[in-house]
Design a protein around this ligand. Structure first.
Ligand code: BGC
Length: 920
């Protein structure tokens, strides 16, 4: 080559290096998570899935490639040494569900990682800040210790239970052990599991903030463990462990069975601490027969009954070294469970908020009632000053009687009572830890003196699923509805999705969960939560293949298999997790179980109508004088299952299966039409729910959809423009109306303040979603107390419509995980503005519209590396601008023409402001 030419080429090369090498992209890699969790400790997945979020100020910014480094130490990661895994530069825009591809990490291995990306121009970003995860104890044989519990004889609860209909179990066990550590520690991780629920202490400090660990599973199938990094808590020299072990779900009362010890009567715990020293040696401390036990200040603790605490029995220093435990007994070593110990894959239950009461009053002398102003699940923290032996009784309720005393009849057999006996000598603060209640009101009796408002704080307890969504519009009643939906979600996502937190029930009812899951995803990040619960669902499947109606199951339960709309959660939940988070592993994990379910239904119903094996057959539970024939509902759900299964099979590359299930869907659909659909589109039963299911689940021939839509509207009109749907139908009501082009009716239903409607309970004072529209009314008072929860999220399933259609943020099922976003707001209902923000797995999405006079403005935020289709509602020839210029000419915007009454644009990532002077 001509030497003269080399110089300019060299200059170019330098320039290129400046652009792509040293000059970094303005795009940032943030929000690193592993298995949906931030820096999780002790995970069970040998090939965990990693994700991050991209941030950029540039429209249309994208990731063209990425690189992940995983190192065995922070230092190595700092030097960019991915000794565990260096993915190399991988082309593509994937930012979530990236499967760790390095060597299989060993039990306990700490992994540090970071990622960088190349942007749309191929320019590299800075590396993200470092993140981490560590492995749990992956093999049963990794556990070296013994399961330990209270020695027999120390377990009596004295006369506590006398004369009580449901006597409490024995007091929680207090377990302790001293050990010494002789060298400087570089890392210490504590692994712990229990049959029961525990709180952990190390050297006088609480380990973690988790409640009810290791949470609820069917203990006959699997038991979870948790892991904590306790490096900062271990001392050089003498150390002490303290563990408090209570009944929880394992040994306490469950549901209406009036029986404790459902999984077993003896609680026990297993601990193992792995200490790594700076000199490279190790020490393992485990639970064994040398630990000591005693009963402590907690006299009894049970989820349904409440907790009793006598502060005079406290044992200061019990969880520190040097405590005189000669009066303590040796623990009993008990048998190991035969089932696998698995890392808890979900966020722990924690106190997530504290609430000051809005009022306190005295309905009777000496009886004080605190009003939190909102219905929550959790407990009260009590502040009190008095003499040793003074006894304060806290009772909890969701509502008041007309004389302002608390109303507890709807709690059924749940006693929901905490008792605190003072030790005296100054201000005492007490909160229970091994129970929870559903309540807005706290009644105190026995309080020494007159309590002021600060005597009680409401502690909100729920699985710490991170908030991701917010909705707001110009109608304050609708905003309150959304807040009530979120409150009931939090009040019921306690380890598992429950129906209600207050009465003697609190079960993983699967119909409620499947109806609500899509709404739940908009409010909080529930990916890990439902990944965990699907194991409970799979564990609950019968040997014949029937899914349960309740998960986890527990021993006294023999029936409850197969009900339509309940058992089908086994298919609908993985499908929804796949759609929202792009999670294909949940499909793979449960694929075999899902096929067994579909085989089971088919075997029982060879004629393709679901007439048999419908378990408890609840139908459209709590519908309003509109019974949808149960076989219609069941057949519709079956067809829907088959369709979803076909799509899930496709998603994981099983095309043959996909075809098989699509054929199954077609067969059921044909049988459905033949048996239930008349020539004029009328469906047997003629209920709103029948039309909703048939329309939503695509069960009608194309030419009858419009007719069926008209019958649906007619049914609503006949009810004076009111709904008559139950738990199942209500989810599809407004979305289907919008799909039919009748958002006007959807808004009419939303705006109704008369029975039955979403706002009717709010008119009657609801601060949460009620089980029944008329749980309490000014005219009639309370509904049937046998089934009248004031914290039941099912009827709150309209939340998805608020986000997807009112605000207009939805996903594109063709590209799950919000890779392609749909922005399709539906102004109407007299609202002047509405909007939502949603932190998707790919970053923050926003959509907010404002109507003023004739002009409509729509502000849209689309995260980097994604794109959206914006359906802007306006008249055909209205001009649409984006940030002041003709939209079609704006950067990042591609016009796609008209669709119905909307002008459609494809937009790249970024912030946009669309405006039209003429609204529809
Ligand atoms: C629960 C419901 C559940 C139902 C089954 C009730 O007791 O509270 O939410 O889905 O039973 O129909």
């Amino acid at each position: 080559m001509d030497r003269h030419l080399l110089f300019p080429l060299f200059g170019l090369a330098l320039l290129a290096a400046a652009c792509s090498g040293r000059e970094k992209s303005e795009m940032r890699v943030t929000g690193l998570r592993c298995e949906y969790l931030v820096d999780p400790v002790g995970i069970g997945e040998p090939q965990p899935r990693l994700s991050w979020v991209l941030e950029s100020a540039r429209r249309g910014q994208k990731q063209s490639a990425y690189r992940v480094l995983v190192s065995s130490s922070r230092e190595k990661l700092g030097r960019d040494e991915g000794d565990l895994w260096d993915s190399g530069k991988v082309s593509g825009d994937q930012t979530a569900q990236i499967v760790y591809g390095g060597q299989a990490p060993a039990s306990g291995q700490a992994c540090f990682w970071k990622a960088c990306a190349w942007d749309a121009d191929g320019v590299q970003t800075e590396f993200s800040p470092a993140a981490s995860w560590s492995m749990g104890l992956l093999q049963g044989s990794d556990w070296k210790g013994d399961w330990i519990g209270m020695t027999a004889g120390v377990t009596e609860s004295g006369d506590l239970g006398k004369n009580l209909e449901l006597p409490p179990g024995p007091p929680p066990a207090w377990l302790r052990k001293e050990f010494s550590v002789d060298k400087p520690v570089s890392r210490a991780v504590l692994y712990v599991t229990a049959r029961g629920i525990i709180e952990l202490y190390l050297n006088g400090g609480r380990v973690g903030r988790d409640l009810f660990a290791p949470e609820w599973t069917d203990y006959r199938r699997r038991i979870q463990y948790r892991a904590y990094d306790v490096t900062g808590l271990v001392a050089q020299g003498a150390n002490a462990f303290g563990v408090v072990l209570a009944d929880g779900w394992y040994a306490g009362y469950l549901a209406w069975y009036e029986k404790r010890a459902n999984y077993g009567d003896r609680t026990s715990a297993l601990l193992q601490m792995e200490v790594e020293f700076q000199d490279g040696t190790r020490q393992t401390v485990v639970s064994d027969g040398s630990w000591r036990c005693a009963a402590g200040p907690i006299l009894s603790a049970d989820f349904l009954l409440g907790e009793s605490y006598d502060a005079r029995r406290e044992m200061p220093g019990w969880d520190s070294a040097g405590f005189a435990d000669s009066g303590w007994n040796q623990v009993a070593v008990v048998g190991r469970p035969e089932v696998p110990l698995v890392a808890q894959p979900s966020q722990p239950v924690q106190v997530t908020e504290e609430i000051e009461p809005v009022a306190v009053f005295q309905p009777k002398p000496g009886v004080y009632v605190f009003d939190l102003g909102q219905n929550i699940a959790g407990w009260a923290s009590l502040k009190v000053n008095g003499r040793a032996g003074d006894k304060v009784v806290l009772r909890y309720a969701e509502r008041l009687n007309s004389d302002s005393t608390i109303y507890t009849t709807n709690l059924r057999k749940a006693r929901a009572t905490d008792t605190y006996v003072l030790k005296g000598g100054g201000e005492e603060v007490y909160q229970p830890r091994f129970t929870f209640h559903g309540f807005q009101y706290v009644e105190l009796t026995g309080y020494p003196g007159v309590p002021d408002r600060r005597a009680v704080t409401g502690c909100v307890v729920h699985s710490d699923t991170p908030p991701v969504g917010s909705f707001q519009c110009s109608n304050p009643m609708v905003n309150r509805l959304w807040r009530n939906i979120v409150r009931s979600q939090r009040g019921n996502f306690i380890s598992i999705p429950t129906d209600c937190p207050q009465r003697d029930e609190r079960l993983g009812w699967m119909g409620d969960a499947q109806i609500f899951i899509r709404t739940a995803t908009y409010n909080e990040d529930v990916a890990a939560f439902f990944n965990k619960w699907m194991y409970d669902v799979q564990d609950g499947q019968s040997d014949q293949g029937a899914y349960s109606e309740i998960s986890p199951r527990f021993p006294p339960m023999t029936e409850h298999y197969g009900a339509a709309g309940w058992a089908d959660a086994g298919i609908i939940v993985p499908w929804t997790v796949y759609l929202v988070y792009g999670d294909t592993r949940i499909i793979e994990r449960h694929y075999e179980s899902m096929t067994r379910w579909l085989d089971y239904v088919l075997k029982a119903n060879p004629d393709l109508l679901r007439l048999n094996e419908r378990g408890s057959d609840y139908g459209d539970w709590l519908s309003i004088a509109a019974d949808t024939p149960k076989e219609i509902l069941a057949t519709a759900y079956w067809a829907y299952d088959a369709r979803l299964m076909s799509r899930m099979a496709q998603a994981i590359g099983r095309s043959q299966d996909s075809q098989k299930y699509e054929n199954m869907f077609e067969g059921i659909r044909a049988a459905f039409q033949k048996a239930y659909v008349a020539a004029d589109g009328r469906i047997l039963g003629d209920t709103q729910t029948a039309y909703l299911l048939a329309l939503y689940m695509d069960l009608l021939p194309e030419n009858l959809r419009a007719n069926a839509g008209e019958h649906l509207v007619e049914s609503i009109r006949q009810k004076d423009w009111h709904l008559s749907t139950g738990f199942l139908g209500v989810r599809h009501l407004n979305p289907v109306l919008t799909g039919l082009g009748r958002t006007d009716i959807a808004y009419r239903l939303l705006g109704n303040e008369t029975f039955p409607s979403w706002l009717y309970p709010i008119v009657n004072g609801a601060t949460s979603i009620w089980e029944r529209w008329d749980g309490w009314t000014k005219e009639k008072g309370f509904q049937d107390p046998g089934m009248n929860s004031f914290n039941h999220y099912s009827l709150g399933s309209v939340g998805e419509w608020l986000f997807a259609d009112v605000a207009g943020i939805d996903l594109d099922p063709g590209e799950p995980g919000y890779k392609s976003i749909i922005i399709r707001p539906c102004p109407g209902g007299g609202l002047t503005e509405a909007g939502a923000e949603y932190e998707s797995i790919r970053g923050k999405i926003g959509s907010r519209w404002t109507l003023s006079g004739d002009s409509l403005e729509l502000a849209v935020t689309i995260p980097a590396n994604t794109r959206a289709t914006v359906y802007f509602p306006c008249p055909e020839n209205a001009s649409v601008t984006e940030s002041g210029i003709e939209a079609a000419k704006a950067g990042g915007v591609t016009p796609l023409g008209r669709q119905g009454d909307r002008t459609v644009f494809r937009v790249e990532s970024g912030d946009y402001l669309f405006k039209s002077a003429a609204a529809l």
